[in-house]
Design a protein. Structure first.
Length: 364
């Protein structure tokens, strides 16, 4: 794709599942010579504030889905103020295209773009369309999806809907996982907590690993992501259990852990599962029960059906995870079977597909 002296604004939500695809898209576009601005809220800022190459604008808003009437009215004021901020930003920045990456903080930007007749594209990386994208779909220029939608999209929107795959970092796409799981005695487990899983995983997983050690004498090594305040307690627990371990917090260099990993235990957010899938890391996904519209369960079920991972529900975690780890430790070919299925999948064409779709519009 040729380099453009053009502008794109990427409007994203505040969770890691929205932020990381937005950053990956921005990184790609910047390399194309396109001027990029990212909008997010204060939640999203904590994920990307250290990326010095990004032009970031914080626009705080709220979700309209509030049951309390007083909080609902306050939310309307926040959304209205965010919309006015979005209008001003677009009038000053004058982007050629707006990308909406999902999440309620992307909503006022996209609506403002529609009002100003700026074409906008929305992207959905889950199997069911999020609330913000659902309301934006009738007005969007294009609707990009990572996977086939598990819920029916109206036929009138089929022409604007295109499956492009997962928008993930280029170094993830280029990663070559040559690790083969042999019949060695030890299994290396990577635990990806994230902000929404760290507490539960830090509380429950050590007890399950203790069962693995004491009941079955399984040899395991743990790499566990957690919040900084959990560091010392986890180190203490694993030391007492005589489990070899490495505790880390949010890491931009997650590939450093992927090369050591036989098996990952993770939530079922679309971005994380996409990275594990592209890097051929077998995973056990434990969906967040409170995820909007239960989308994490839908993600996990999809990958389990494909044979790309295992699924355990949080309410059954204590019993089922112990049994599954025991089974995998006994028969590591189960992991190699998953890797063989995963290797058939790749998102290496995602940026070419995006480039092809926006070229005509950005050239106008």
């Amino acid at each position: 794709m040729k380099k453009f002296n053009k502008k794109i604004l990427i409007a994203t939500g505040g969770t890691g599942g929205h932020i990381f695809p937005a950053y990956s898209l921005a990184e790609h576009m910047i390399k194309q010579g396109i001027q990029i601005k990212i909008t997010t809220d204060k939640r999203g800022l904590k994920f990307i504030k250290n990326y010095k190459n990004l032009d970031i604008k914080v626009i705080n808003t709220d979700t309209i889905f509030k049951k309390n009437p007083i909080i609902f009215i306050i939310s309307l004021f926040k959304i209205s103020f965010a919309f006015l901020n979005a209008l001003y930003l677009l009038l000053v920045y004058k982007p050629n295209i707006v990308f909406g990456m999902g999440g309620y903080s992307s909503f006022p930007i996209c609506i403002a773009a529609k009002l100003l007749n700026i074409p906008f594209i929305i992207y959905e990386n889950n199997l069911i369309i999020g609330k913000a994208n659902k309301y934006l779909l009738p007005y969007a220029h294009k609707f990009f999806t990572a996977y086939p939608m598990s819920e029916k999209i109206s036929e009138k929107y089929h022409k604007k809907t295109l499956r492009i795959g997962n928008i993930i970092r280029q170094n993830i796409i280029n990663f070559k996982n040559k690790k083969i799981i042999y019949e060695q005695n030890q299994i290396n487990i990577l635990i990806l907590g994230g902000s929404q899983a760290a507490k539960v995983f830090a509380e429950k997983l050590p007890k399950i690993f203790e069962e693995c050690i004491k009941k079955e004498e399984l040899k395991i090594k743990i790499f566990q992501q957690c919040t900084p305040e959990q560091n010392e307690e986890l180190k203490k627990v694993y030391t007492l259990l005589n489990i070899e371990h490495e505790i880390f917090n949010f890491s931009e260099n997650i590939l450093d852990f992927f090369v050591k990993t036989d098996l990952a235990i993770t939530r079922s957010g679309a971005s994380m599962l996409a990275e594990l899938l592209n890097c051929n890391i077998p995973f056990i996904s434990i969906p967040l029960p409170s995820s909007a519209d239960n989308h994490q369960l839908k993600n996990a079920e999809y990958f389990e059906k494909l044979g790309c991972g295992f699924l355990i529900k949080e309410e059954n975690m204590s019993k089922d995870l112990f049994q599954l780890i025991k089974l995998i430790h006994k028969d590591k070919d189960l992991l190699n079977q998953v890797k063989s299925t995963q290797i058939k999948y790749s998102d290496k064409e995602v940026f070419r597909k995006i480039d092809n779709q926006i070229k005509e519009k950005i050239d106008e």
